[in-house]
Design a binder for this molecule. Structure first.
Ligand SMILES: Cc1cc2nc3c(=O)[nH]c(=O)nc-3n(C[C@H](O)[C@H](O)[C@H](O)COP(=O)(O)O)c2cc1C
Length: 212
């Protein structure tokens, strides 16, 4: 039987490559340059990222989340602390993030340690969410089995309809990933891609280039 393969996408890798001299000395600033460009061109969708976690035994799992802020304190996202990712982060607080920005043929890989943010940060963000999202996050025990969908929907609806403000539940909040490794990948013609790696060195960042 003849094997069939997914056809090769016809990318033309339009962007100028960065090399390790041109790249910003601070990887957070390099991230900002690429992220802001993507955010403008993607109409605000550039903050979708894959989050990889692993359990105690090292078995990995992966899902999409939304980046909500990035500062020298880390990359911030919000979720249910009791979800699968939350349980895995309790067992193993190391994680990886991946951004893929197809338009410019770029990917950014970020790895590091993850910690919960303060209650104040979670409560502040929660208070700005739409009421339906607040009700959903309050009612849902993310990643647990759902035996009765219509009952669940009713509970959400009831909560939305009540007049009282919905407080941020204890089980919900933010995590920040404090990066200790970044890789910026720029697609290039002929698969001769550019890959700039940043690793900590003596309180600063060391830049180097990887083979494609
Ligand atoms: C584009 C996109 C963005 C998402 N953003 C979030 C998010 O910010 N937080 C979250 O908890 N789940 C988000 N989800 C849902 C997660 O991918 C996932 O289904 C959920 O968090 C449960 O994952 P877990 O069982 O591995 O914990 C998003 C899904 C997509 C497709």
């Amino acid at each position: 039987m003849t094997e069939s393969y997914i056809p090769r996408a016809n990318y033309d890798f339009p962007d100028q490559p960065i090399n390790s001299d041109q790249a910003h000395p601070d990887p957070l600033e390099q991230f900002r340059i690429w992220f802001e460009k993507e955010s403008i061109e993607a109409d605000g969708d550039g903050n979708r990222m894959a989050l990889a976690t692993a359990d105690r035994s090292g078995s990995p799992s992966l899902r999409m989340v939304l980046l909500k802020q990035y500062t020298s304190n880390g990359f911030l996202f919000f979720t249910d602390y009791r979800s699968r990712k939350g349980i895995e982060l309790d067992q193993n607080p190391h994680a990886a993030l991946l951004f893929y920005w197809e338009r410019r043929q770029r990917q950014v890989r970020i790895e590091g340690r993850v910690e919960k943010v303060s209650r104040e940060v979670s409560e502040d963000y929660f208070s700005r969410r739409p009421r339906a999202s607040q009700a959903g996050a309050t009612t849902s025990h993310q990643s647990a089995p759902l035996p009765d969908r219509s009952r669940f929907e009713q509970q959400v609806e009831t909560l939305v309809g009540q007049g009282d403000p919905i407080d941020c539940p204890e089980h919900w909040g933010g995590y920040r990933l404090v990066a200790d490794r970044y890789e910026f990948w720029q697609g290039q013609p002929g698969r001769i891609h550019r890959r700039i790696l940043y690793q900590p060195e003596g309180g600063d960042w060391h830049r180097s280039e990887l083979q494609p």
